[in-house]
Design a protein. Sequence first.
Length: 388
Amino acid sequence: MISLTYLAVAAFVGQTVAAPRSLKWRRQSTNETLLTDINVISQYWGQVSPYRDNEDSYFGVDDVGLPDGCQIEQVHSLQRHAQRFPTSSFDDGLNDEHFGAKVYNFTSANPDAAFTGPLAFLNTYQYQMGESFLTNIGAATEFTSGVTFWNRYGRTLYNATVGQLQYNASFANATARPKPVLRTTGQSRIENSQISWALGFFGPSFYETPQPGLDNFANGSLFDVVVIPEGGTENNTLASYDSCFEDDLQSSDLGDLDLLFQYVPLYIGAATARMNAYAPDGFTFTNNDTYAMQSICAYENGYIGMSDFCNLFTEQEWQAFEQTLDIEYYYDYSFGSPTGRAQGLGYQQELLARLTNQYITSSNSSINSSITNNAADFPLGSPFYGKF
Ligand SMILES: *[C@@H]1O[C@H](CO)[C@@H](O)[C@H](O)[C@H]1NC(C)=O
Ligand SMILES: *[C@@H]1O[C@H](CO)[C@@H](O)[C@H](O)[C@H]1NC(C)=O
Ligand SMILES: *[C@@H]1O[C@H](CO)[C@@H](O)[C@H](O)[C@H]1NC(C)=O
Ligand SMILES: *[C@@H]1O[C@H](CO)[C@@H](O)[C@H](O)[C@H]1NC(C)=O
Ligand SMILES: *[C@@H]1O[C@H](CO)[C@@H](O)[C@H](O)[C@H]1NC(C)=O
Ligand SMILES: *[C@@H]1O[C@H](CO)[C@@H](O)[C@H](O)[C@H]1NC(C)=O
Ligand SMILES: *[C@@H]1O[C@H](CO)[C@@H](O)[C@H](O)[C@H]1NC(C)=O
Ligand SMILES: *[C@@H]1O[C@H](CO)[C@@H](O)[C@H](O)[C@H]1NC(C)=O
Ligand SMILES: *[C@@H]1O[C@H](CO)[C@@H](O)[C@H](O)[C@H]1NC(C)=O
Ligand SMILES: *[C@@H]1O[C@H](CO)[C@@H](O)[C@H](O)[C@H]1NC(C)=O
């Protein structure tokens, strides 16, 4: 029998990494029809897009499945969080909230002045979103992600038996397996993502004998969690902005401050003019307002699963909205940032250390070496690693 090492690096990207998209840019058309298919619209929301897998052929390589005689030895999953409320950033939740307040203040003060046509809903609209936290839809996404990870990788890694729906903490001979160690930051939406993912993967809510107390889950008998705080100064490879101070000094908001509101007016003017055709006297939409309407469409879908703002834009305007968010993240965190590589280095060192079965005993990056130098926090040889 051929014995090959098959290593799968599964990148389940959460919302702070742009979701892979199967649409091709050549879809671009000059048709000014407003886009109404939410399955298409929702692929243009950058990091706010709901997670979806690439098509099998995305990288131009045929998917042949797991070749005969091969086994998956180890899987690494790096994600972050699923659907959340907008943040308090000036170009995110603050701009959205400002628009919501502007509309509500106007309709309250002018009950007889009416928005018309497709904007008639604004006459009774109230902005209802909180800030920053994982939504219930986000938790459901994470639960699904944990289930999918079990089906796609866990079943093979753990040699699932007939009808086995979830991870089993025992070997077939009934001795306990080494407990998987999940790692998350202490930020609410990220730790909550880890919790809901674990509910899906470890499956305590679908045991054959129902366990309404979720006893196994609650007492940590199935797995352990290493929570690294995000207090602003920690060495934390999953939140390296906390250890990379230069990032805060010069480049953390590069994409937003220097570029985002320069780019938005370049594409959104026609949409703003369209909105103003339906505005009552005394109310004027600005480009920031129109941008907020696109943003609120995305976030309300992640909150209540629908939004009245979604059918108001053309495909090109949605493509430009996506481009806006891509600019932001490219220059804040990725190759466009002077510190982007430094921010990613710690995680990469940890990945290499796990692949080569070595502890890391001193740090020259965002790594905290007191977390990477011992088996309890940094187990080597695990079938899978889940990072949030
Ligand atoms: C735009 O697309 C819609 C729907 O496909 C079609 O009905 C309409 O005729 C198109 N308009 C133009 C100007 O091409
Ligand atoms: C809306 O009204 C409140 C209460 O008067 C005020 O504090 C707030 O600044 C107004 N917001 C906008 C965007 O007009
Ligand atoms: C998987 O388990 C079956 C029995 O359930 C056993 O026959 C088989 O050898 C196991 N395969 C591996 C790769 O452990
Ligand atoms: C886990 O596996 C053990 C040993 O095969 C078995 O006795 C037990 O019922 C399984 N537990 C669950 C929850 O399926
Ligand atoms: C049970 O199975 C595991 C995995 O094959 C093995 O490492 C362990 O030694 C076994 N335990 C006993 C008591 O046989
Ligand atoms: C933890 O769960 C296991 C398995 O269900 C159970 O045997 C044990 O009593 C639980 N421990 C606590 C402290 O609840
Ligand atoms: C490293 O982690 C330990 C806990 O494992 C913590 O006490 C310490 O403050 C951390 N150091 C840094 C620089 O983050
Ligand atoms: C749009 O928002 C940005 C960022 O808050 C601000 O600098 C700019 O002045 C706003 N533009 C208008 C027209 O309100
Ligand atoms: C940084 O640490 C890594 C181990 O994590 C080591 O391989 C590398 O050589 C170090 N780099 C420098 C410049 O010291
Ligand atoms: C934290 O990171 C700094 C910079 O890489 C490093 O000098 C320090 O030793 C690290 N602390 C720990 C506990 O790893």
